[in-house]
Design a protein around this ligand. Sequence first.
Ligand code: PYC
Length: 317
Amino acid sequence: MSQTTERIQFIDSHTAGEPTRVIVAGAPDLGAGPIRDRLARLRAQDWFRQSVILEPRGSDAVVGAVLCEPHEPGCAAGVIFINNTGYLGMCGHGAIGLAVTLHHLGRIGLGRHAFDTPVGVVQVDVLGPNLVAIENVASYRLRQRVEITVEGLGRVVGDVAWGGNWFFLIESSPFPLGLVNVKELTEAADKVRRALWDQGVTGTEGAEIDHVEFFGPAQTADAQSRNFVYCPGGAYDRSPCGTGTSAKVACLAADGKLKPGEIWVQESVIGSRFTASYRLDPSGKVIPRIEGAAYVCTEGWLLRQDNDPFRNGIVPG
Ligand code: PYC
């Protein structure tokens, strides 16, 4: 019996430790038009996300960046970010990883570029082969000092903020922020996420707050803070999280604790770091700038054989 094999070209990189898998070729044809419309078409073919992100070809930690032709004028690339559970509006570490990957491929040079994402155009400065700064989408705090009750943690207070995804930011971490506590931190963040939903705390238009951030003191002298970031599929971000750091910057700006142009160095739970700042756009919105380092680490082809029972990944039941 003949066997057919589908080939999907990819390049893996990591940004501050967090993996990004750029899908260079072999994604379904998503047609033309705004990236958010193409995201809807990709969502309707969810087998593709499952096959490139889930085990045995991927893992829970991987964020995919499906490269597309841009729709917005002047953009170097269009991109749809995917993870082990679905589709992300924006992904900061992923945009940095994508820029380093496109530079590695010789498709973009040093200097300023723009990426077309489902939540808007993101400006990208390629500062070196491994160093990139992104100007994220406008970020803001929606609600301050929201109190919820969380199983095992009791009363928890945090801010609801948008940085390209929805975040609940909790100033005092329930456990020390180190790799040794990742299991406990993940379980606690998962309970916070459930409590937010059960207690009706959402982003705008009822959007689920699916990212949770715990903060604590930095462990290096020139950083301001360390974080742990829980992502929607239950994985934790090895980087300080680009959209999460954008949400943090928006809260600091709202509190008058960080002025435009001032630097905020955010450490991750593994000790990697992003350098953040922001500017105000003409309407007074906070536009975060997140700088970080990324490195390409693997390139190749993912193979989907039509007789492989796990060609669409191991899908949680
Ligand atoms: O860097 O924005 C980010 C991100 C979101 C989820 C994982 N990383």
